[in-house]
Design a protein around this ligand. Structure first.
Ligand code: FRU
Length: 478
């Protein structure tokens, strides 16, 4: 299996859409990040992986490590679907260190041969490792064989996130109420990671919050608890929830006695077209870092023609301000910066290219005086026939990411409503086939894949009112 990967490696890394500083599979398919953690002095990122083709298939856990969160080293596949309890896939899950060993907790996905219909069963399993590279599945798997609550689905029961609290282990698992199609999160507890008891239904969907909650994550940020989840089945509401599935969070409080998570409203973590199933981990210096899948289910993925599919977002640091999560690029990414070009106080009255600001990778920071600029466009990856446009409509206080003419791949727009002050700051990360926009110090983020021609590299600032007033523009080449 790993030989196959090393032979094919040459075929995908470095192909035209392959990212330079984002995590992506050396070959084959990638979806959710899994087991994101810091172990033995480096970050480990596992991921849903099908190494044999650029399509989703029986899931393995791919594995890579990094010291700086932007240079990733590919390691052998950590776990493969090779047991009776995970024969059709090692689905998503998380990692935790115990007694110097790294434990992976994942979902065993099985389509029992005796079932006439293609119905699957899902259980929770563990694997462990002393060196963080070679993993051994536990002989007592599955460690959680059924969902505990009789109304919870046995079929949709997946993606455990494990953590330790006051000397005990806890895991939240994605679930739904089978008969009613209502998403929910189940909580389990354990003394040793091997024996688990059902504790509670920690939270469940109300109104338009979906029929299935996937990929829960739980963390304490700035003294508050948050539950991150990826609901399926939320209906579009105006400009919000336009993607097929959503990822967001709820701030709240987990009562460890009752197992109930009381919480506030659900908010999205990203407003672009491609963001799903994020995972968080703590850095040794106490920051919370998130990485998500920078793709969306059932979308066209032009990189498949080069033998790979799927990539991760840049790592983002989460902070809580006024009860809301702000996401900013992890400070480690500053290590990517090479040449710096800056302009101050520009008053543009016609579409303008700025000398030395162009390229297909890099970081662009634009600080706009929105008080004096009613509307503007920033065109990225501009070529003869294509461009990706960031559009700002001051009257509606809306920022739009328009990839209708971005090149190959899906063409659509995504919008986010802002709370603008006098100024609007956009921090934009470009890689070969992606754009991520961090708005106003992380008030909102928009992430999308784009597939322009390699030669489409211009950046153009377009005034749509009488002038485009820019306080400053900085471009860092990578
Ligand atoms: C989310 C998800 C998870 C599942 C995995 C399978 O994208 O559907 O719920 O574990 O992908 O690849």
């Amino acid at each position: 299996m790993n030989e196959k990967i090393s032979t094919d490696k040459k075929n995908s890394i470095g192909t035209k859409f392959y990212p330079v500083y984002h995590a992506a599979p050396p070959v084959g398919w990638m979806n959710d990040p899994n087991g994101f953690c810091f172990f033995n002095g480096e970050y480990h990122l596992f991921y849903q992986h099908h190494p044999y083709s650029a399509e989703w298939g029986p899931m393995h856990w791919g594995h890579m490590t990094s010291k700086n969160l932007f240079e990733w080293k590919h390691l052998p596949i950590a776990i493969a679907p090779d047991r009776f309890y995970d024969k059709d896939g090692c689905f998503s899950g998380s990692a935790i260190e115990k007694d110097g060993q790294l434990y992976l907790m994942y979902t065993g996905h099985v389509i029992p041969n005796v079932f006439r219909k293609k119905i699957h069963l899902q259980t929770q399993c563990i694997a462990r490792s002393s060196d963080g590279i070679n993993f051994e599945k536990f002989s007592g798997n599955p460690v959680i064989g059924n969902p505990g609550d009789h109304r919870a689905s046995k079929y949709d029961f997946r993606d455990p996130k494990v953590w330790e609290h006051d000397g005990k282990f806890y895991a939240v698992v994605g679930s739904k109420i089978e008969e009613e199609d209502i998403g929910q999160i189940l909580l389990f507890e354990s003394e040793d990671l091997e024996h688990w008891n059902f504790k509670s239904i920690a939270a469940k969907a109300t109104e338009n919050l979906g029929y299935m909650w996937e990929c829960p994550n739980f963390a304490t940020i700035d003294g508050k608890e948050i539950l991150i989840l990826s609901p399926q089945g939320i209906e579009q509401e105006g400009i919000v929830y336009q993607n097929v599935y959503q990822s967001g969070y709820m701030v709240g409080n987990l009562n460890y006695e009752t197992g109930i998570f009381t919480h506030e409203d659900f908010h999205l973590l990203d407003y672009g077209s491609d963001f799903y199933a994020p995972q968080i981990t703590q850095t040794p210096d106490g920051r919370t870092i998130l990485i998500g899948w920078l793709d969306m289910w059932y979308e066209k993925m032009p990189e498949q023609e080069d033998g790979w599919a799927g990539m991760m977002t840049v790592p983002r640091e989460l902070r809580l301000k006024n009860g809301k999560i702000f996401s900013v690029p992890a400070k480690e990414l500053e290590g990517l910066r090479k040449e710096k070009i800056s302009y101050e106080k520009l008053s543009l009255t016609e579409p303008t290219k700025l000398e030395k600001i162009s390229g297909d990778i890099g970081e662009l920071i634009v600080d706009v005086n929105t008080g004096k600029t009613p509307a503007f466009g920033i065109e990225l990856r501009v070529g003869e026939k294509e461009k990706t446009i960031i559009e700002y409509a001051g009257a509606e206080k809306i920022l739009i990411l328009n990839r209708k003419r971005s090149g190959k791949g899906p063409g659509d727009t995504r919008e986010v409503e802002l709370n603008p002050g006098e100024n609007l700051t956009l921090r934009i990360y470009l890689d070969k086939s992606s754009v991520e926009i961090f708005i106003n110090d992380g008030e909102a983020v928009m992430s999308s894949r784009i597939y322009p021609d390699e030669s489409s590299r211009d950046i153009i600032f377009v005034p749509w009112g009488n002038s485009f007033e820019i306080n400053s523009v900085t471009f860092y080449s990578f």
